[in-house]
Design a protein around this ligand. Structure first.
Ligand code: UD1
Length: 371
């Protein structure tokens, strides 16, 4: 019997850990032929290749090599190149993950030429349309045929937006599939030790949202608050390329002085090294989406430097609190979280390492049904 060809798309750092378990589950399945497509939205070795190595993902079958650009340029380039791929060798399904420009670009291409689309991590909403990711999420969900969700909130959001219940599948969290699979290897990296840290007393920070880093005055205020926190707790800060771009602009004012305090700025870390670092941390400060989920599973107190989150389950059931980017709130929030300490919280339903297998089963049974 001919295998169903499925194009599985990734483009940015946080996509790869969502793609990896799905790729594995499809590859093992006798009915599927997964084809790995990398759009090239992220291209630096430490934003891309190291994740393929750490996650043991094979080299992409197709690389679109789009690189950076404005939203329209990047999205347009991905669409143009991905359409050629889809027309040349028509797949049975396109799977997109997350909420980045690569997600909406490839979903839109497939939907327009009537290739079914599956969206992994559908239905998350921050209700903040100033975030490019919110626009990507809303639009991708509207044109997808299979909406794989990580939590019941997401199902509710989708139903409210008029999406048919028949398209919704609550399967759990593929990012947590990757976390569970790689935790032991991550621990073995002893990345805290390589950075000269005491394994019981440090924090980790990541910062890359346009709302926090694109405006220098905002970034300086945030860094000022974090440097105060770092006087009591050394903080490792792997700097994302978007944030590093600002380095030249505020180098003398902020980055030099914070380094003298307790902030250790390093290049972006690989998946295993970062996970290894986060596992032992006393506090995580972030504006990322995935880290809010990972810290919930690890029981590490998380301070999200945003006013909203599309992942409210990490607050209700996990270790997360929102503090925005106001310096006073950041400092108060950090103290509050440190006082509470590490804790095991409720693990959200289906964040159990088996989400990708559920996805493969659902796809199999619906394909069989349609024969
Ligand atoms: C993108 C996603 C964001 C995700 C983040 C994770 C969108 C709209 N945003 O944001 O949701 O949380 O990835 O990292 O899709 N750059 C490099 N090397 C790289 C990649 C980027 O130097 O490998 C630099 C470029 O200067 C680029 C800038 O970083 O202009 C931003 O990259 P881009 O892909 O546009 O968005 P991110 O901020 O990474």
């Amino acid at each position: 019997m001919k295998k169903k060809k499925i194009l599985l798309v990734g483009g940015t750092r946080p996509n790869f850990m969502k793609v990896s378990p799905v790729y594995e589950a499809l590859k093992k399945h006798r009915r599927f032929q997964p084809v790995l497509v990398h759009t090239g939205q992220h291209y630096d070795a430490e934003m891309s290749k190291v994740f393929f190595d750490d996650l043991k993902l094979p080299k992409p079958d197709i690389h679109l090599g789009v690189g950076s650009g404005t939203h329209a340029v990047q999205t347009g380039k991905i669409m143009e190149r991905f359409e050629k791929v889809c027309i040349k060798d028509v797949p049975d399904l396109v799977i997109v993950v997350g909420d980045v420009n690569s997600t909406i670009a490839c979903a839109l291409v497939a939907a327009k030429i009537c290739i079914p689309v599956a969206h992994v991590e559908a239905g998350l909403r921050s209700f903040d349309r100033t975030m490019p990711e919110e626009i990507n999420r809303l639009l991708t969900d509207q044109i997808s045929d299979y909406l794989f969700t990580t939590c019941p909130d997401a199902d509710k959001n989708l139903l409210r937006e008029g999406i048919s219940r028949k398209k919704l599948f609550f399967v759990g969290n593929t990012m947590i599939d990757s976390l569970k699979r790689h935790l032991t290897a991550a621990r073995a990296t002893r990345s805290w030790q390589k950075l000269g840290l005491d394994n019981t007393n440090y924090g980790v920070m990541t910062l890359h949202r346009p709302s926090n880093v694109d405006n220098i005055a905002v970034l300086q205020r945030v860094m000022g608050a974090v440097s105060q926190v770092s006087q009591n707790l050394p903080i490792v800060f792997p700097v994302h390329p978007r944030t590093a771009k600002q380095y030249g602009n505020i180098h003398k004012h902020v980055f030099d002085s914070v380094q003298k305090k307790g902030i250790l700025m390093v290049e972006p870390l690989g998946y295993l090294e970062f996970l290894g670092l986060m596992q032992n941390a006393s506090l995580v400060l972030t504006d990322s989406g995935g880290i809010q989920e990972e810290s919930t599973i690890l029981g590490i107190p998380c301070l999200t430097l945003r006013n909203n989150t599309e992942r409210p389950i990490t607050i209700k059931q996990g270790t997360n609190i929102l503090v925005g980017n106001d310096p006073e709130q950041i400092i108060k929030g950090a103290m509050r979280q440190l006082k509470k300490g590490k804790r095991r919280k409720r693990i959200p339903k289906y964040w159990d390492g088996k989400a990708a297998v559920r996805i493969a089963k659902i796809l199999h049974s619906t394909f069989e049904h349609k024969r």
